[in-house]
Design a protein around this ligand. Structure first.
Ligand SMILES: C[S@@+](CC[C@H](N)C(=O)[O-])C[C@H]1O[C@@H](n2cnc3c(N)ncnc32)[C@H](O)[C@@H]1O
Length: 209
């Protein structure tokens, strides 16, 4: 039962990235201004360990390297997605193919900053959300940071043919719980490559010491 969930999720995302190029997917953006603004705002040092969950084929990795960050882990359920960035960035990044809703093979309390753009909102069942949260709480250090960016409540109810759980900043606060303090949030609109408007909320949390 559990294995089937993971298998079909993996197949879905492998097929998305085999049918479209990295620049054609709806979530493509050439620049990652909000993520970079929030990461810089956290004040982490340049060799702090950053985990980008559901990294896909994002060019955020290139932006992070350009900013001088040097200790980055990119993880995704789709090996095909990571292969796109891996071709460019090879050993500048640590690559992990894994399902974020299952226990991650990442050391406890080892992550200074968890970054998620457009991943959490795909988890509509309690079991997936709790699996995600358990990983987050196990690997993010006390005093570390969490950035979560999702479709906001006025956004589309689906993406990539999948139903979404949309969030606002208060819902994300409730999801993470009182151990995490909301430092910053921003409502903004992403334009897809075909010109559709996708309202997002981006949030920066700090884990209490
Ligand atoms: C909408 S894309 C966002 C990609 C990237 N964060 C970006 O902003 O370009 C969602 C990503 O989450 C990944 N994903 C979906 N479910 C996942 C899971 N259970 N575990 C890990 N990655 C997952 C997909 O393969 C896909 O790359």
């Amino acid at each position: 039962m559990v294995a089937k969930r993971s298998h079909s999720t993996k197949e879905h995302w492998q097929s998305v990235y085999s049918l479209k190029s990295a620049q054609e997917v709806g979530w493509f953006q050439a620049q990652h201004e909000v993520s970079i603004e929030f990461i810089n705002n956290s004040g982490i040092i340049k060799d702090a360990r950053i985990l980008d969950v559901g990294s896909g084929a994002t060019t955020l990795l290139d932006d992070l390297l350009d900013e001088g960050y040097s200790n980055i882990v990119a993880m995704d359920i789709s090996a095909s997605a990571l292969a796109v960035s891996r071709k460019r960035l090879a050993d500048l990044i640590t690559w992990e193919v894994a399902d974020i809703t299952y226990p991650l093979d990442i050391e406890e309390n080892s992550i200074d900053l968890w970054h998620d753009r457009a991943v959490l909102h795909f988890f509509t069942s309690n079991i997936e959300k709790q699996g995600y949260l358990k990983n987050l709480k196990r690997v993010v250090k006390r005093g570390g940071f969490v950035i979560i960016e999702t479709f906001s409540p006025e956004g589309a109810p689906q993406c990539s043919g999948l139903d979404l759980q949309r969030y606002d900043e208060e819902m994300l606060e409730q999801f993470l719980g009182s151990d995490f303090e909301l430092i910053l949030f921003k409502r903004h609109v992403h334009s897809t490559p075909s010109g559709a408007k996708r309202p997002y909320v981006s949030t920066l949390f700090k884990r209490r010491e």
